[in-house]
Design a protein around this ligand. Structure first.
Ligand SMILES: CC(=O)N[C@H]1[C@@H](OP(=O)(O)OP(=O)(O)OC[C@H]2O[C@@H](n3ccc(=O)[nH]c3=O)[C@H](O)[C@@H]2O)O[C@H](CO)[C@@H](O)[C@@H]1O
Ligand SMILES: C=C(OP(=O)(O)O)C(=O)O
Length: 433
C-alpha cells in the first residue's frame, strides 16, 4: 500500500488549482440515467470515486467517453440510450456510498430498481431510510431483501408528492430531486439540503429540461416532466478541496492563491478562519490565503448543514487549531464517529480531549512528525496538513482514502514548495522515521 512521506516546516507559497467537486460530480453522473440523450460533464475531477461511479454506470448500460482538459480535469460524455440492468450490485456499491444515488433515477426512468445497501462506514452508520421513505411517498413500493433495496412503481410512473425530511440529508435531497424530475405532477421537498452541490445538480437537471424552483433554499418545487433531454454542464468547484488548501496554507504560515474556485462557496468557513487570524482575499479570479506561524488563535466551531461549517472540513480545522494560541472547541453534529484523526494527531503532539461529540483542543507551539494512519478521506488529509506543519518526518499510511477525493494532491502541494512524496509500500519500507 502506498504511503506519503512529508518533511514538514516549509510555508506553502504559490498557486493551487482547485478541481471540480467530487460531491457534485457523483450525483451529476447518476443524473445521466434519467435520459436517453447524451449528458456531457466538464471540469470532472480525476478521482477513484469518479471511476467507481463510472464502473457502476457501465453496468447499467451507460456508454462513456472521456477527454482530458487543459487544466487537469476531464470532460466526460455519458449516454444512457437503454438501461441494460436496473440492479446496482454489492461489489460496486460497497466501494462508495454515493452509489445509492442511482436508485432515484433508475426508479423514475424504469419503474424498478434493485440497489445494494451501502452498509456503514468509518465515519458513522449512515442509513438511507430518508431516501427510501421519500421515494415511497412518491408511490414506490420499497422492500429490503438480502441486503438489497428492491423498489418498484406499481403504476409504472412515480407520482409527485410532498416530502418532508425530518432531518437535512444531502443524498436524500439529490435522490428525490432526480426522481421527481420524471414524476407525474409536482413534488415539494421540505427541509431540503441547501448545499452548493444540490444547486449544481438542480441547474444541470434544468438544463436537461427539468422544471425546478427553490434549490439553494430549504423548500424545492419540482414539476415532473415526461422526459428529460441531454445537456452540457460544468461541475462546480470543490469547496472542500478549496477549504482544505486554505487551511494547508494557514497551518504552514504560507501565502497561496487558490484558482479555479468560486467566491461565496465558503463564507462561513472563511469568516471563522479570519477570526482565527488567517488573511483571506477573495476576488473574481482567485482566493488568496495568508497566515503567519505562531499568530493563529483558537476559535470554536460546530459542524452544521450548509450554510453552516461543513463536516467535511472538521478534521482539517481541528488540525489547524492544534497549533493555534489558546483553546478551541470543535463539535461534530452530522456524523457520530468523525474524530478518528484525534488519536493520530495526538501521536504528533497535539493536545486534544474528546467528550461525546465535542473535542477540546489546547494549541501547542509545534507538532512533531510521526507515522500515522487514518480511516477516512478527510481524516487522512488532516494528517497531511499536520505533517506539512510538523517538525521532522510524517508518514501517512492508507492513502487510498485520499485518492477518493483529492486529485493530484502531491503535485499540487509540491508546486507550492511542500516536501511531500508518494512512496510505494515496498520502497517505503526501508524509510526510517
Ligand atoms: C457524496 C456526498 O455528497 N457526500 C457528502 C454527503 O453525504 P450524505 O449525502 O451521505 O450525507 P447526508 O447529508 O445524507 O447525511 C447527514 C446525516 O443524515 C443521516 N441520514 C442521512 C440519510 C438518511 O436516509 N438517513 C439518515 O439518518 C446521516 O447518517 C448523517 O448523520 O453529505 C455529507 C454531509 O454534508 C458529507 O459529509 C458527504 O461528504
Ligand atoms: C464523507 C465524504 O464522502 P462520502 O459521502 O462519499 O463518503 C467526504 O467527501 O468527506
Amino acid at each position: 500500500m502506498d504511503k506519503l512521506v512529508i518533511r514538514g516546516g516549509t510555508p506553502l507559497k504559490g498557486q493551487i488549482p482547485v478541481s471540480g467537486a467530487k460531491n457534485a460530480a457523483l450525483p451529476l453522473m447518476a443524473a445521466s440515467l434519467l435520459t436517453d440523450q447524451p449528458l456531457t460533464l466538464t471540469n470532472m475531477p480525476k478521482l477513484a470515486d469518479i471511476r467507481s461511479m463510472g464502473a457502476l454506470l457501465d453496468q447499467h448500460g451507460v456508454k462513456r467517453s472521456t477527454q482530458d482538459e487543459a487544466g487537469g480535469g476531464q470532460t466526460v460524455d455519458f449516454h444512457a440510450v437503454t438501461i441494460e440492468s436496473t440492479t446496482a450490485p454489492y461489489d460496486l456499491v460497497r466501494k462508495m456510498r454515493a452509489s445509492v444515488l442511482v436508485l432515484g433515477p433508475l426508479l423514475a426512468r424504469c419503474g424498478e430498481a434493485t440497489v445494494s445497501l451501502p452498509g456503514g462506514c468509518a465515519i458513522g452508520n449512515r442509513p438511507v431510510d430518508l431516501h427510501l421513505k421519500g421515494l415511497a411517498e412518491l408511490g414506490a413500493e420499497v422492500a429490503l431483501e438480502g441486503g438489497y433495496v428492491k423498489a418498484e412503481v406499481p403504476s409504472g410512473r412515480l407520482q409527485g408528492g410532498r416530502v418532508v425530511f425530518p432531518m437535512v440529508s444531502v443524498g436524500a435531497t439529490e435522490n428525490l430531486m432526480m426522481a421527481a424530475s420524471l414524476a407525474d405532477s409536482e413534488t415539494v421537498l421540505v427541509n431540503a439540503a441547501r448545499e452548493p452541490e444540490i444547486t449544481d445538480l438542480a441547474e444541470c437537471l434544468i438544463a436537461m429540461g427539468a422544471e425546478i424552483e427553490g434549490h439553494g433554499t430549504d423548500t424545492i418545487h419540482i414539476q415532473g416532466k415526461d422526459r428529460l433531454g441531454g445537456a452540457i454542464h460544468k461541475v462546480v468547484p470543490d469547496r472542500i478541496e478549496t477549504g482544505t488548501y486554505a487551511m494547508a496554507a494557514a497551518i504552514t504560515g504560507g501565502d497561496v492563491e487558490l484558482t479555479g474556485t468560486t467566491k461565496g462557496l465558503l463564507d462561513n468557513v472563511f469568516e471563522i478562519l479570519r477570526e482565527a487570524g488567517v488573511t483571506i482575499e477573495e476576488s473574481d479570479r482567485s482566493i488568496r490565503v495568508k497566515a503567519e506561524r505562531g499568530k493563529l488563535r483558537g476559535v470554536d466551531v460546530m459542524t452544521e448543514p450548509f450554510p453552516g461549517f461543513p463536516t467535511d472540513l472538521q478534521a482539517q480545522f481541528m488540525t489547524l487549531m492544534c497549533v493555534a494560541r489558546g483553546a478551541s472547541m470543535v463539535t461534530e453534529t452530522i456524523f457520530e464517529n468523525r474524530f478518528m484523526h484525534v488519536p493520530e494527531l495526538s501521536r504528533m503532539g497535539a493536545n486534544i480531549n474528546v467528550h461525546h461529540a465535542s473535542a477540546l483542543i489546547r494549541g501547542t507551539d509545534r507538532l512533531i512528525g510521526a507515522p500515522v494512519m487514518a480511516t477516512d478521506l478527510r481524516a487522512s488529509v488532516s494528517l497531511v496538513l499536520a505533517g506539512l506543519a510538523a517538525d521532522g518526518v510524517t508518514e501517512v499510511n492508507r492513502i487510498y482514502h485520499l485518492d477518493r477525493g483529492y486529485e493530484r494532491l502531491v503535485e499540487k502541494l509540491s508546486a507550492c514548495g511542500a516536501d511531500i512524496q508518494r512512496v510505494a509500500a515496498e520502497a517505503g519500507e526501508e524509510l526510517t522515521v
